[in-house]
Each structure stands twice: as C-alpha cells, then as structure tokens.
Design a binder for this molecule. Structure first.
Ligand code: WT7
Length: 650
C-alpha cells in the first residue's frame, strides 16, 4: 500500500483486532446489520432487552431513525451502577486535573454514582421531570459529568452549552430548548483566568425571559468562591442542597428512543440547530467506538482534552468511557498553562495511556518546539488520537515522531455532532496508517462519494461525503423541527445522509477528509456558520452589510475573514475594527473573534443580488490571480478594490 507508516514497536502483535478482524467484521456489519448490531447492542445493560434492532429510513419526506426501539434502559445506570454492582466501585471513574497544576483528584465509580444520585435527587426536588430540558453551563469539573448523568438518571434531557458562549448565545439555546432549569458554577478558571459563568447566566436568563422562556431554577456549583449575585427565590447552591439530598436514586426506565440530550451546532444557514440524540443506539455506538478506536483495556487511563460543551466531550469523555468502565481524565485547563509542557506533564503525572486531542492544539504546541514535550517521559502513552478538523501531514508526523516516538498509533477520527460517534478512523494495530488520512470506515458505516449531480463515484475519487445507511449513533431529529432535519441532511442527495464535508478516496480505499463544502467554518476545532458571524456583525450600528469566509490559518486551521460594508457616513478605522471584533466576541463568544476585517465599499454580487463567495474566499486566501470568471457580477469594478485592500498577504 502506498505511503503507509509502520509502528516501530511490534504493536500489531499486542493489538486486540487485526487487519483481518477488521475486514471480516466490517464486511459482516454491512452484509448483516441486524445480526451485527443485535450482538453489539448486548454490550450494555438493558432493563428490558430489545427484540427489534434496526428500523430506519432515509426516504425523502419520511426520514425516521430508530434503533433497538422496544428496549428499555438507563444511560446513567450503564455508566455507573453496573460497574459498582460488578465489584468495580473502587476503580477510578474520573481523574480531575485542575487548571492549577497543584490540584487533582481521583473519583471512584462508587463516588461518582453517589454524587450523580444526589444531584438527580436535587433536580427532581426542584421539579425536573422526565422529558424536561436542563441547560448545563459548567466548566470542566466533575460536576459537569454528574449533571449530565443526573439528567440521564431521571430521564431529563440535557443541553450542555460550552462555557465560552456569550449570554446571548446561551439565551438562544435556553429559549429553543424551552429549558426552565440551568446548572452552572460561580466562575470557571482557564489558563489562570476567571470566566464569569454565573453572571453570564443571569444575563442570559433576562434575555431568555424576553424571548418567552422563564428559568425557574438555577443550581449553582461553587468552583472559585468568587463573589456572585444569588437570587434566593431562584438560585440554589449545589453544596448546600447536596448535603440534604439522599445518596441513592432509582434510575428511570427509558425507552431506547427516548431523548438523552440536545446539543446545539452550527450549520450553513439560520440559527444553531438542536441536534437530538436518543438513549439506546447512542450509548451502544459511543461505547463500541470508544472500545475499538482507542483499543481501551481495563485499568488504562484515557484522556480526551475536549470540553464537555462539545460532542467530543459527550461521547468520549463521559458516555463512551464510562459505559466501558474506563478511567477518564477531565482537564479544566488549557494546553499552554502554566507553560507549553502542561499536557505532557499531566500525561506523566497520571500515567495516561490513551491521549485524544485536536489538530489545532498539536499545531500550536508544535510551534513551541520539541523541548516542552521531551521534558516529560511520556512512557505510559500507547495510543494518540486527533479529532475536529483535517490534520495536515506535517502536524500528524510531529505528533507521531515527537510525542509518540513512533511507537503510538495515531488515530485520526472523523465524525460530527450529528453522527454521535466516530465514523471513519483507523483501528490501532489493525489499520496501516497514512498521515492526514482518517483511513477506513468503522463497522456498520457506509460512506459514499457523490458528485454535484448526485452520481455515486466509485474507486479513487473526490466528491461530497455522504453516508448511505443509518448507524446507531446517528442524530434522530433537529429538536422541534423535523422538517429542518430532513431539509438539512437528506434533501441534497435524496436517500442519503449528506455530511457537508468533501472527501477523497484513494486507490487503497482510504478516506481523506478535505473540509466543509458548505458555509460552515472550523476555527480551532470550533464549528460555526459564516451566517452567524455575519448576523453578529450587521447587528452593530455602523455596519450595513457583511460577508464572512474562512481562510487557511497555520494554527487554527481556518481563520475568520470578514468583509464589512459600513453605513453612510461611517469611517473604517483601526478603532472601529477593534470595536467590531469585541462586538462579535460579545454576541457569540470569544472563540468567534474575527481574525481579519476588511472594510469594503461594495461586495461582489450577481445581477440577482447574490454574493459570490467564491471570489471572497480567493481574495481571503491571497489568491487574487485565481478569481475565475467575474463577468457575471453586477459591478465587476468592486473586485479591484477588494483585491487591492486585502488583509491577508502571505
Ligand atoms: C466537522 C464536525 C466530531 C467532533 C468534533 C467536531 C470536521 C471533525 C475531523 C477529522 C477532518 C474533521 C468536519 C466535520 N472534522 N473531525 N478527523 N478530519 N475533519 O464536531 O463541531 O460537529 O464538527 O468537523 O468538517 O463535518 P463538529
């Protein structure tokens, strides 16, 4: 096979699955999905076993996805109780590593169960019922996992909102989910800096009230002890309620297709969508992928550096690892605090075996040189993973050579919020690796390449990435808007799930994800719609029109490039530029801060008024020679100004 990488130590000997196992398993999973998933559905505990396995349709106008539909289970009981019942109560469930390197703690399965039960009882006493939506806006502390599992325990649907989102963004999610309950903390701490979570929640609740959604209860975790406003009629301190709550709580029997959580994600148009995942299929899929893609072995320490505010945190910090009885590390901080050696220092401190992070972090650390890595022994490391955006071969090779010393397989895992779990990734030891390729589909996954006309391409080809049939971890609907679900994912190529990504399949059948083909950008692994940034910009009084595109950025993967047309009489100054950056940060969140703002007297529009983004992308990429045909523009002259004032010159 062309250009594959060999693992130095004879790793394949120790691997759980071989290449032949993968091929046989994959073939069987496609030939007999019922049999395959019936068997693997049994890896979790069912209160009432399922008899039906797959009942799914991607048919236009009738998209419906059900897995294990007559089974009854509880996700929190699967993640906690069953390990305690099996005598593993003293095993470590969570290692908490604080932002401050002096702070860490090990939490056993028995303790995690007790804390989860107490929180479940507190939520119940506060009136949370089965099916109610609970918004969780917490830092990376164990209480975030307890809160998710407590919701799952009583059948409430959690909606975790990343702590980096602004009050406005939080409010939008509270309103859309019709959520009357919020779990938050006084403040978060990241990289030595405080994040005013409670104050953001107070602002968000006021905004949500105007949007017609009241929040009647806020459960407040004391993290820093910082001064916060407490409304005694609405806010309850967790540490006070906890001590009064019972330490046991019967898990609610849930149907396999009862909702487990909503997680908001950005698309090419409109407001963020509430991606809805249900209980049975999601848990089976998160658990099976975690076990195989990371080749998890009992007793090992597994660390995923994501935040629980993103799907990676849901599936591969909380649900997958805990369903498998693993030890999962929760890290509150950032890779560069107190210095660029932090991640590797933590690897040594807790003897981490499996490490999973994002290309943006790898690139940022690569830029700091090898010394901070080499300061740590990293002896414990066995597998390295990446997720969130395409990884460039240079970063892959640095990860492989410098961090893993050519003995740890690198698993590049491609998936999405919508897919619930990993769809394309190598299996360590079984799959020959190619730097920059997510390699092969997981069991049961049928990727397809489709051209613009909807023709399926075979053999080596490049096109739009679709998935031809359902897998258990797939999202079930857009919360409250099934039509939008069908429209977004199943209408472009009828009968197929369209991912929004482009991909290439090489002659060995390996998959290379080339990035989004829609108006979604991926900035440091944070997904956002260019339309969201545009609407934040035009909400500023000086702005008349805005168009936003992504451009290649060495560390972030993509940077945010904004073309802004100002109102009559406004002057484009450095000061206004700063103000607009601050405005977008405040509207969406700090991670959405524009990298480049170009003041433009006009935008390139067709005669029917449509902005030609292709031209804007090329200018942002500093390729003014590759604009293509501009003759269909209403005013071709605007292009000259855009080119001569471009902000990204390499
Ligand atoms: C988008 C999904 C999946 C959890 C984190 C992001 C991009 C994700 C890879 C990868 C190339 C990747 C895709 C995808 N993406 N993983 N290994 N290689 N691209 O979840 O926020 O829903 O974003 O991230 O473009 O569509 P998300």
């Amino acid at each position: 096979m062309a250009d594959t990488i060999a693992v130095k130590r004879e790793w394949a000997d120790g691997a759980t699955l071989s290449d032949a196992d993968y091929r046989a398993g994959y073939e069987r999973s496609l030939a007999d999905p019922e049999g395959f998933w019936r068997e693997h559905g049994g890896r979790i505990d069912w209160i009432r076993p399922f008899t039906r396995v797959k009942n799914t349709s991607f048919a236009p106008g009738d998209v419906s996805i059900r897995w294990f539909e007559d089974g009854v289970l509880n996700a929190s009981a699967n993640c906690l109780d069953r390990h305690v019942a099996a005598g593993r109560g003293e095993d470590t469930a969570i290692i908490f590593e604080g932002d401050d390197p002096a702070e860490s703690r090990r939490i056993s399965y028995a303790e995690a169960l007790e804390e989860t039960c107490r929180m479940a009882n507190v939520l119940r006493a506060d009136g949370v019922k089965k099916g109610d939506r609970v918004t969780i806006y917490l830092p990376m502390i164990p209480e975030a996992a307890y809160a998710m599992l407590a919701c799952a325990r009583i059948g409430a649907v959690h909606s975790v909102v990343f702590g980096g989102f602004s009050p406005d963004s939080l409010a939008g999610r509270i309103v859309d989910a019709q959520s009357g309950f919020v779990v938050t903390a006084d403040e978060g701490v990241r990289g030595g800096r405080k994040v005013p979570l409670k104050s953001n929640v107070d602002k968000a609740i006021a905004i949500a009230a105007k949007g017609g959604q009241d929040v009647s209860r806020v459960l407040l975790v004391k993290r820093t002890g910082g001064e916060v406003a407490v409304d005694p009629a609405r806010d309850v301190w967790w540490h006070e309620a906890r001590d009064k709550a019972a330490a046991t709580c019967d898990p609610e029997p849930m149907g396999a297709e009862d909702p487990l959580f909503i997680l908001y994600t950005s698309g090419s148009t409109g407001k963020p969508k509430g991606v809805l995942h249900t209980t049975g299929g999601y848990l089976v899929y998160a658990s099976l992928t975690h076990a195989h893609v990371f080749d998890y072995r009992p007793g090992e320490v597994y660390w995923c550096t994501a935040d629980v505010g993103w799907v990676t945190g849901h599936s591969y910090i909380v649900y997958g690892p805990l369903a498998n009885g693993a030890t999962t590390l929760m890290f509150e901080g950032v890779p560069t605090y107190p210095d660029a050696g932090r991640l590797w220092q933590v690897v040594d401190k807790h003897e981490v075996n499996i490490f999973y992070t994002a290309p943006t972090a790898i690139r940022a650390l690569m830029g700091q040189g090898d010394e901070p890595v080499k300061r740590a022994s990293r002896r414990s490391l066995r597998i390295l993973g990446t997720v969130g955006e395409p990884i460039n071969p240079e970063a892959w090779l640095w990860y492989w050579r410098v961090v893993g010393e050519e003995r740890c397989p690198v698993v590049d895992t491609w998936w999405q919020t919508e897919t619930g779990g990993i769809l394309i990734a190598p299996l360590p030891g079984a799959t020959a690796l190619k730097p920059g390729s997510a390699t092969r589909p997981f069991f049961g996954v049928r990727p397809e390449l489709v051209d613009a006309e909807g023709q399926v391409l075979d053999r080596a080809a490049e096109g739009n990435l679709c998935i031809a049939d359902s897998w258990p971890g797939q999202m079930r609907t857009v919360y409250g808007d099934h039509e939008r679900f069908e429209q977004t994912y199943f209408s472009t190529y009828k009968g197929k799930y369209f991912t929004g990504d482009g991909a290439r399949r090489d002659a060995d059948g390996y998959w290379w994800i080339t990035g989004r083909v829609d108006d979604v950008i991926n900035v440091s692994g944070h997904r956002m719609g260019t339309a969201e940034v545009e609407s934040a910009l035009v909400s500023h009084k000086a702005v008349s029109e805005a168009a936003v595109v992504g451009y290649p950025h060495d560390v972030k993967g993509q940077g945010i490039y904004c073309y802004v047309t100002l109102m009559q009489g406004e002057e484009g100054s450095e000061e206004l530029r700063k103000e607009l950056v601050g405005h977008v940060r405040a509207e969406i969140g700090p991670f959405a801060a524009p990298d480049k703002i170009q003041f433009a007297p006009g935008l390139p529009k067709t005669r029917s008024g449509k902005i030609m983004r292709r031209i804007l992308r090329k200018i942002a990429e500093d390729e003014p020679g590759a604009l293509g045909d501009t003759s269909t523009l209403a005013d071709p002259a605007v292009v000259d100004d855009l080119v001569s004032n471009r902000q990204n010159r390499r």
